[in-house]
Design a protein around this ligand. Structure first.
Ligand code: 6R9
Length: 661
């Protein structure tokens, strides 16, 4: 890593910058002096951020790092997370403010005020207590994006029970392994869920998952689709029968700042998912601080929409905890972005006058694929801040987002963080930073990140290496559930001597010292001894006008070590020309793309093979599963597809390649 391939330097020399307008800066929550303030006294800075919350007992010490790598933040402090997200806004006179504009996929709607949210969460908390749940117990939640999912999470938090949300599309096997790992006492689900305009079953999958599951005493079922479901007497309870009749009064108890809040499973390099553990005071502080400053959120004025699913960390921190702690009015949308039409998101933005919109690059590229004329049909003038998360955003998608969604003026915040970090770590500050397409740029005030070489030595400007976090932060994970050794091993062993957290991402500094994320280090290819990031090649491919989306893998190659294999989805008209032009048109198109990559990065990055496909295999959080593409590229049997959002995609790719379609 110390020896930087010259090829790396070409593509990521984006020189365009977009400073915020004076008007935006003048009203922004965050100002440039935050950086100096945090550098001067990091703990004092975080103590100030923690004052955003209501503490029943004030902490006596900001950080205790003596038991590193397990941190304690706001030591001795006590708070109730749900009180902070709900009740205190009602107590503050904002009970009538809408907390959630819920939009169901089939077109049904529900507006929930903070006062109503308080009642719903209190009733659910009373119901959970009536089942014997007490602080420290675990509840697994597998639900679509319905309001009850948020009520359930907050009700758990209110009584000190850990929730563990499992994405709605995960298979019974995946759910079962998570339920067993944490020994969940209760599982909450729905009868079914709406996906792409159709009702799909959910409860029956949960039943299959829980067959013989010893820890599970009750299954609570929310009615959503109304489809008939089998009920196991003595185990299953309907949410409306259990919760609706409960008292709406529930006294929140204060818990220790380090009381566990939730477990969220994320995939690692091995097959067994890691149960990432987060606690209360530090996590909520970082969630609220970042949401306030990175999105420039103004309580009572903005309408915010994070398009994530609550099944992954972005939904936890930027739908539930951060926004609600900040008294946000937000949109929560149940369904897919093209149901019933490809303008659904923009229709919702127009209807609810959404002012802050936070989504993932994969969706932005999908919007590009669908065409500019779709967002053009809607009034998007309410939008004033745009966010991106989940993977590196290529400059073309960034520019498209700015031009077609942000009217060439809304600042774009490219936010780098992980399930493990709990909240945003590296991001521009709108109103402060002159943004740069494709770069997350700078660690937030109070956060410290470095790019280091193999030896843990920070690289200079223009240098590449590994991203590390060299100082503890409030939202950091406190461990992997039940596996402390794996926790130390995965994150803290690579740079043990320095005590750095190893994020697993490759990164580089550009000439200005801004950070560029280059994808997971396991996705960095080595071709003839040259390091080439899959992200770089993808970015080069997507910069060609015919390409909508690309995924690149390094396939074992007898001559060069690895060879670059690219899977591309062409844009509508290019795909049509290809179809009508037959084989030679296909070969020409592919040759042109290979040359284009060579031109953008250097001949060394020219893909060995480019395969035109209709779909790419993605996880539910929108990440491309390169492991599966590598199987195809290396002519192997395709591996485990259970975590794909749509497991039929791999069949489509394999058959498509065989038949040449
Ligand atoms: C929040 C979330 C974490 C991994 C992370 C990195 C990638 C996330 C990114 C980004 C480049 C960004 N990632 N945001 N890469 N730029 N703005 O996505 O958490 O699901 O745990 O994934 O996602 O590779 O290490 P999680």
């Amino acid at each position: 890593m110390t020896e930087q391939s010259p090829a790396l330097d070409n593509l990521l020399t984006e020189s365009r910058t977009f400073p915020p307008s004076e008007a935006f800066s003048a009203q922004a929550n965050a100002t440039a002096d935050f950086y100096a303030e945090a550098d001067a006294d990091r703990e004092a800075f975080w103590a100030k951020q923690a004052d955003r919350l209501h503490w029943d007992t004030k902490w006596s010490q900001v950080l205790d790092w003596t038991n590193a790598p397990v941190a304690k933040w706001f030591v001795g402090g006590k708070l109730n997370v749900a009180y902070n997200c709900v009740d205190r806004h009602v107590d503050g006179g904002h009970g009538d403010q809408v907390a959630i504009h819920w939009v169901g996929e089939p077109g049904d709607n529900r507006d929930i005020t903070y006062a109503q949210l308080k009642d719903e969460v209190s009733k659910a908390a009373n119901a959970f207590e009536s089942l014997g749940l007490t602080a420290g117990d675990r509840v697994a939640i597998q639900m679509p994006m319905v309001p009850e999912a948020i009520f359930a999470m907050l009700a758990c938090a209110r009584i000190g029970v850990l929730h563990s949300v499992v994405f709605g599309g995960f298979s019974p096997t995946a759910l079962r392994s998570r339920v067993d790992d944490q020994a969940a006492r209760i599982v909450i689900t729905t009868d079914g869920q709406y996906r792409r305009g159709k009702a799909a079953p959910m409860k029956v999958n949960v039943d299959e998952a829980l067959e013989g599951a010893e820890s599970v005493e009750k299954v609570i079922v929310v009615r959503r689709t109304g489809d008939e479901v089998p009920i196991t007497e003595g185990r299953d309870l309907w949410w409306h029968e259990l919760v609706d009749g409960q008292s709406a009064e529930h006294a929140p108890q204060a818990f220790d700042s380090e009381h566990p809040l939730f477990i969220l499973y994320t995939s690692g390099t091995t097959g067994k998912p890691k149960g990432i553990l987060h606690t209360s005071g530090g996590y909520l502080t970082q969630a609220a601080y970042t949401h306030h400053n990175v999105f420039d959120h103004k309580a009572g004025e903005d309408v915010y929409w994070c398009t994530a699913d609550i099944g992954w960390i972005t939904g936890h921190t930027y739908i539930v905890y951060g926004p609600l702690a900040n008294r946000t009015t937000q949109v929560v949308y149940e369904g897919t972005p093209n149901t019933p039409h490809e303008g659904r998101h923009w229709e919702i933005v127009q209807q609810h006058k959404v002012s802050i919109y936070y989504t993932a690059p994969t969706l932005i590229r999908t919007f590009m694929k669908w065409g500019n004329e779709i967002p053009e049909k809607y009034d998007l003038s309410s939008l004033r801040v745009l966010g991106s998360v989940g993977e590196p955003i290529n400059p073309e998608a960034w520019i498209w987002y700015r031009e077609n969604v942000g009217a060439n003026s809304a600042p774009i915040v490219d936010t780098w963080w992980q399930t493990e970090t709990g909240g945003i770590m590296i991001s521009p500050l709108p109103g402060v930073t002159a943004t740069k397409p494709g770069s997350a740029q700078k660690a937030l005030p109070g956060i410290s990140a470095k790019v280091v070489d193999d030896q843990g030595v920070e690289v200079g400007k223009g240098g590449g290496g590994y991203l590390v976090l060299d100082k503890p932060w409030p939202g950091m994970l406190r461990g992997i559930w039940g596996d402390e050794e794996r926790f130390r091993d995965t994150y803290w062993s690579r740079f043990r001597d320095q005590g750095y957290y190893f994020a697993g991402d490759g990164a580089k500094y550009d000439a200005d010292g801004d950070v560029w994320l280059l994808g997971r280090v396991d996705d960095v290819m080595n071709v003839s001894g040259h390091r080439i990031s899959t992200t770089e090649v993808e970015s080069a491919l997507v910069s060609h006008p015919t390409v909508a989306e690309a995924a690149v893998v390094g396939a074992t190659d007898p001559t060069t070590g690895q060879g670059i294999v690219a899977f591309v989805i062409l844009r509508g008209n290019a795909a049509a020309t290809l179809k009508s032009g037959g084989d030679s048109a296909g070969q020409d198109a592919v040759q042109e793309l290979r040359n284009h990559v060579a031109k953008e990065i250097g001949p060394i990055a020219k893909p060995r093979q480019i395969l035109v496909v209709q779909e790419l295999p993605k996880t539910r959080s929108g990440k491309i599963m390169r492991r599966l593409l590598r199987d195809v590229a290396e002519n192997r049997q395709v591996g485990d597809v259970t975590t794909l959002a749509d497991s039929s995609v791999m069949d489509l790719i394999s058959t498509g390649l065989k038949t040449g379609k």
